[in-house]
Design a protein around this ligand. Structure first.
Ligand code: ZN
Length: 271
């Protein structure tokens, strides 16, 4: 191995430490878990990879004429998003200034997601077929936004990087790897296909009801929406309704936390 390559590996190993971070404040719901992030995966890298992945998804939808087909519907979804985004400051002061984007994709899938840095997509399968109310839409959106605020994607990418470190370090040191391209792929996977952990889902549920309540949406809609979805049966459950945590535990937790944030809901409605 050439000295330069050896130096590259040593430098990367030194960089590849983990750091403990607080992505958000705890809010009224008290989400206080410390998170461990790989120093190889910065928020800025995640955001730019997400921006790339997001524009690929939008380009694909546009090509098939599936992007924002119904202007009134797009307005409705963006209007709800804007209110929630304003209130993200309760958890992260920097978040309202992120480069948020909100788009609606025509698809049978009952799905919605928010990529790192605030790139949101809602699928018409969720909005139309389930006849969701504004409160229910806000519940889903609050949950998805919470994943981005807590940088759950970066946390999962950090785990990935740690697992793949041996391979990545070697390929980068030998000039074979393209960390950027790999990260874009990882962002796509953690957003669109891999289910979140139970811990991440619980955090997103709790922060989500608080965001909704602060924005003047009834936080209890998270419970009714879950019950509505539970009755659906058949078909593939949406990613945000993945099997963790188990439905009953999750409903109980949502009931508990939506009650706790009711005062925030009441006072936001008086404004
Ligand atoms: Zn989720």
């Amino acid at each position: 191995m050439k000295p330069a390559a050896r130096f590259g590996i040593l430098a990367l190993m030194a960089l590849a430490a983990c750091q403990t971070v607080h992505t958000t404040g705890g809010g009224a719901v008290g989400v206080e878990r410390k998170q461990s992030m790989s120093t190889l995966v910065s928020s800025a890298q995640m955001d730019s990879s997400a921006a790339k992945a997001y524009s690929e998804v939008l380009a694909e939808a546009r090509k098939k004429d599936r992007l924002n087909r119904d202007p009134a519907q797009t307005e409705r979804v963006r209007g709800i998003a804007n209110r929630l985004i304003l209130n993200t400051s309760a958890f992260r002061p920097d978040a309202p200034r992120w480069r948020w984007e909100v788009n609606v994709i025509a698809s049978e899938d009952v799905n919605a997601w928010c990529m790192p840095g605030g790139k949101i997509a809602f699928y018409t399968g969720l909005i139309d077929k389930r006849r969701v109310s504004d409160d229910e839409l806000a519940a889903v959106m609050g949950h998805e936004i919470a994943h981005a605020l807590r940088e759950h994607g970066r946390e999962r990418a950090s785990e990935r990087v740690a697992q793949q470190l041996g391979v990545t370090v070697l390929s980068v040191a030998l000039g074979l790897g393209d960390l950027g391209a790999q990260l874009t792929q990882t962002v796509l996977e953690v957003t669109l296909s891999l289910p979140h952990s139970r811990t991440h889902e619980t955090e997103a549920d709790r922060i989500g009801v608080e965001l909704a309540a602060r924005s003047g949406y009834d936080p209890r809609a998270a419970v009714s929406l879950w019950e509505k979805m539970g009755k659906l049966g058949g078909g593939k459950p949406p990613q945000w309704l993945s099997t963790h945590p188990a439905a009953e535990t999750r409903i109980r937790d949502l009931q508990d936390y939506s009650e706790r944030v009711m005062p925030l809901y009441e006072s936001s409605r008086k404004r």
